[in-house]
Design a protein around this ligand. Structure first.
Ligand code: SAM
Length: 220
């Protein structure tokens, strides 16, 4: 994601009713924020938010939180939401490394990761959102058997993610290295900004759906 420092981005976000600037204060109470009515799905690294905003529009019976590290990127999603005012969509500006400080164990019903940063150097592998380190964090905040849906055109990252999921004991529910040619998985697919950009260049898109292992010590 190209980053430009947008003057006033942070201030605009603080003023928005759709952005949580102190998300830790809501740990364990996210459902109440939406009136305790629906499952909670999150997207980590939402960029400008096209994907999560489309999902929120299509599924008013599900609550969505988009997470993004940079104010200047998140701002675009916030501005679109200020126009559309979907009641089931909010945002958090944070680094996903802190996800366990923001969500209590079991609080999240589904996690989307789209075109996550590849961190190609081996020494940065733990920063990849599909590393075993991050999968552990996501399993902790997810409900029992939480599902992650992951898309990328970066086949190095895709292969790494399949291996990492297996290593961490996640069950692979679906895997394709050419989503748009897969009649089952392509049905109802909602494109992200990066997906539109890279598929228009002819890059195949990979999709992986995984389910968290049983919690340690939990009755089977
Ligand atoms: N998901 C969008 C899409 O598919 O169009 C954006 C993809 S962009 C390549 C990756 C986004 O993830 C960037 O906006 C980046 O700032 C964000 N990101 C990367 N690492 C993150 C982290 N640890 N926590 C939160 N956001 C992160």
């Amino acid at each position: 994601m190209r980053l430009r420092n947008i003057p006033g981005a942070r201030e605009e976000m603080v003023a928005s009713p759709y952005v949580y600037t102190e998300p830790q204060e809501h740990r364990g109470h996210w459902r109440e924020e939406f009136g305790n009515r629906a499952p909670l799905y999150i997207e980590v690294g939402m960029g400008k938010g096209q994907f999560i905003q489309t999902l929120a529009r299509l599924h008013p019976d599900i609550d969505y939180i988009g997470i993004e590290k940079y104010s200047s990127v998140l701002l675009r999603g916030v501005q679109k939401q200020e126009e559309e005012q979907l009641p089931n969509l909010r945002f958090i500006r944070m680094d996903a490394e802190q996800i366990e400080e923001v969500f209590a164990p079991g609080e999240v019903d589904r996690i989307y990761l789209n075109f996550s940063d590849p961190w190609p150097k081996d020494r940065h592998a733990k920063r990849r959102l599909t590393s075993t380190t991050f999968l552990g964090r996501f399993a902790a905040v997810g409900r029992e058997h939480v599902r992650i849906e992951f898309k990328t055109d970066n086949m190095g990252l895709f292969d790494f993610s399949v291996e990492s999921a297996a290593e961490a004991g996640w069950k692979i529910l679906a895997v394709t290295r050419d989503l748009h040619a897969d009649p089952v998985l392509a049905e109802g697919n909602v494109m992200t900004e990066y997906e539109e950009k890279f598929s228009s260049r002819g890059n195949p898109i990979g999709k992986l759906i995984i389910e968290a292992p049983d919690r340690k010590g939990a009755p089977q």
